[in-house]
Design a protein around this ligand. Structure first.
Ligand code: ATP
Ligand code: MG
Length: 421
């Protein structure tokens, strides 16, 4: 029996790794422009880190977490998302000192959710995420979205489209929630089975259910904007103004809610083309109450996460360059048993000096080896046959001009440092 990978979990093969590296490199470069610092967070945390912040009634906590008791009986969970861990680390390392500090962080890594595997939905997937702690300035909301859109454009996501909403805050959202519950009360029968549950536990989630009957049902439901308190309405207007100043196009969607409990005020999502039904590549929002709720000081924050699998899917083959497939600097060609050992000694020396070197394990004919060297795109071939071995020399051939010269083998360091033209 051949053992296969777990359902919903994918290998990223060497042929695709170039795209992944390019996306990660661009992310680090773009984050640098905004002065964000990378944080590497643990893959697993105490379960309560997620249960408390993501919310007990969310899909993630109720159905999707990979939770287990370890041998010591500790309740642990493979992280389903990054924000909760980031908040945990932010508090644990007192990153809020001194008062008023603004802390921009980003992370890159795998997340785990036990969802039904399908196109664009995996059980292990990867996110690039940003979190900005320490300010509730509406300019920060716009800047964080600008960062996201700049990154998406830099990597070549196809037609990224920003959707914007505000979920209000603890002052105004409860009245909206109640009004939505009242609205749904005598329409429960037309909801999908999942939303019948959500009606009880997390009614806001009914608003962005993808099932057609639910979408139809909520078409005439109350929307959050008519419930915003003055402060939330003002914040939203200021965010819009700042987005305008940054020349960012967006679409307002008052039915957009997020699947995590910690959001307040600004929420946003980015869709891209080339993805089919699961077209959301990124999502985020404000979570002004989460740090305090998690035991830290009263520090506002905002963040987002991009799904790397969907992003790479959207980029398509334009991201096709393969970083590991760059041409070698030097190909070694060798013939004869004693030259074999010498060839690998020379290859080792060249690699120590920083050269990319190909050296075949199996000796085929001189013609075949030279053919391979020509095709490889290498600048030089270093040829060592029986005769060269006996004379302690090598032939160094310039593959573009086809000129070659015999060198003492001792010249190898010189050639590594300064390959002859
Ligand atoms: P969705 O509505 O698609 O389930 P979500 O609201 O659960 O998304 P977030 O938790 O906000 O998504 O995560 C942000 C991004 O991470 C998503 O936009 C998506 O690109 C990606 N993502 C989320 N879950 C998965 C998954 N199971 N497989 C692949 N990518 C995912
Ligand atoms: Mg989800």
């Amino acid at each position: 029996m051949v053992i296969k990978a777990v359902k919903g979990v994918k290998d990223i093969l060497p042929k695709d790794i170039g795209k992944w590296r390019r996306v990660e490199d661009s992310a680090r470069e773009v984050f640098g422009r905004y002065d964000y610092r990378e944080i590497v967070l643990p893959i697993f945390e105490k379960s309560e880190v997620f249960v408390k912040s993501v919310g007990e009634t969310t899909d993630i906590v109720q159905k999707e977490m990979y939770s287990f008791l370890d041998k010591g009986g500790d309740a642990l969970t493979l992280r389903p998302e990054g924000t909760a861990s980031c908040v945990r680390a932010y508090i644990e390392h007192s990153m809020y000192h001194p008062k008023g500090t603004v802390t921009p962080l980003f992370y890159i890594g795998p997340m785990f959710r036990r969802e039904r595997p399908q196109a664009g939905r995996f059980r292990q997937f990867h996110q690039i995420g940003a979190e900005l702690f320490g300010t509730d300035d509406p300019a920060a909301d716009a800047e964080v979205m600008h960062l996201l859109m700049t990154f998406l454009k830099t990597v070549g996501a196809r037609k990224p489209k920003l959707l914007l909403n505000s979920l209000g805050d603890d002052k105004c959202r409860p009245a909206f929630r109640q009004s939505l519950v009242d609205f749904l009360a005598n329409r429960k029968e037309s909801l999908c089975p999942l939303c019948k549950e959500r009606y009880e536990t997390n009614p806001l989630r009914v608003l962005d259910c993808k099932s057609e009957t639910c979408a139809e049902t909520v078409r005439s439901a109350p929307t959050i904007d008519s419930f915003w308190c003055d402060d939330c309405a003002d914040h939203f207007q200021k965010v819009r103004k700042a987005l305008y100043g940054l020349n960012i196009e967006y679409e307002i969607n008052h039915r957009m809610v997020r699947g995590l409990d910690y959001y307040s005020r600004t929420v946003f999502e980015v869709t891209a083309s080339g993805l089919g039904a699961k077209d959301a590549v990124a999502a985020g929002g404000r979570y002004d109450a989460l740090v305090k709720k998690s035991g830290g000081p009263d520090v506002p924050a905002i963040g987002w996460a991009v799904g790397m699998e969907r992003l790479i899917e959207s980029i398509g083959d334009s991201a096709g360059e393969k970083t590991n497939d760059t041409a070698p600097d030097i190909c070694i060609v060798h013939l004869g048993e004693r030259a074999h050992g010498e060839a690998f000694r020379v290859a080792g020396l060249l690699r120590e000096q920083g050269r990319k070197v190909l050296c075949p394990y199996r000796q085929t004919s001189m013609k075949k080896q030279m053919g391979r060297a020509d095709k490889s795109g290498a600048k030089l071939a270093v040829i060592i046959g029986e005769e060269e071995f006996n004379k302690k020399t090598m032939l160094v051939k310039n593959l573009s001009t086809s000129t070659q010269k015999e060198h003492p083998i001792g010249d190898i360091r010189k050639i590594a440092a300064e390959p002859p033209a």
